[in-house]
Design a protein around this ligand. Structure first.
Ligand code: ADE
Length: 224
């Protein structure tokens, strides 16, 4: 898979890809992540990427021309399955969306800033608009990092058995059951007996029960 991220702040975005699972996925060649600075696609000598909004109002708007130049260059080099715009008014990201995006070959992720992008960018180029939640970030970069993390960890070969995504919360529509590790007793706090029993049938049933119980308690909306 190849992900092209278009941003005015590539330096804000790079570090999540330089550690742990995402770093390993890139090193293994399972994903390529490329950063494109919109300022590199401006003609003006002071690299202007935003301007005042027509009709007046607070806040700057990202201009169409540099974004058009960047997206058009990328599209001339390969086909893209989705061109995603990170924005608080997009569809809210969930596991189902991450699962389906992880199957794609090439995606572009455009990070908004200031008041967002000129609407004509959205109308002409964007195929999907994604929000990471009902709150406003200073820009789409942190949202893009979250989106890429959810997608990349699902690419086959990125996680090993121990970290398999199949047992994550939400994968089966439920929250994950509680987990424990050594020591079996800590300051009087013990681990559920069944987990020490070695009876894998019983352990599986216990985990299913706990997942359901936890979901009922914490996220009943998931069961509807
Ligand atoms: N940009 C600003 N806020 C955002 C959000 N909640 N999700 C995605 N991109 C954003």
């Amino acid at each position: 898979m190849r992900i092209d991220i278009i941003t005015v702040l590539p330096e804000l975005l790079k570090s999540p890809f330089e550690a742990s699972i995402l770093k390993r996925a890139i090193e293994k060649g399972l994903v390529e992540v490329h950063f494109h600075n919109i300022r590199d696609y401006t003609d003006s000598s002071y690299n202007q990427v935003d301007d005042y909004q027509f009709g007046g109002g607070a806040g700057m708007v990202m201009m169409i021309e540099p974004i058009d130049k960047c997206i058009s260059k990328l599209k001339s080099e390969r086909n893209y399955d989705e061109i995603i715009y990170m924005t608080p008014d997009g569809e809210t990201l969930n596991q189902k969306t991450a699962n389906s995006l992880s199957l794609l070959e090439n995606i572009i992720v455009l990070c908004g800033h200031y008041k967002g992008v000129d609407q004509r960018v959205r109308d002409a180029f964007i195929t999907r608009e994604i929000s990471i939640g009902d709150y406003v970030l200073s820009g789409g970069e942190l949202g893009a990092a979250v989106l890429c993390d959810t997608i990349i960890r699902l690419i086959p070969g990125v996680l090993n058995n121990e970290t398999s995504a199949l047992t994550d919360s939400f994968q089966d529509g439920l929250l994950a059951p509680p987990v424990y590790t050594r020591p079996a007793e800590y300051k009087g706090m013990t681990v559920p007996e069944v987990l020490l029993s070695g009876n894998f049938g019983k352990i599986e049933t216990w985990r299913e029960d706990k997942a359901l119980e936890r979901t009922k308690q914490l996220r009943p909306d998931l069961l509807k």
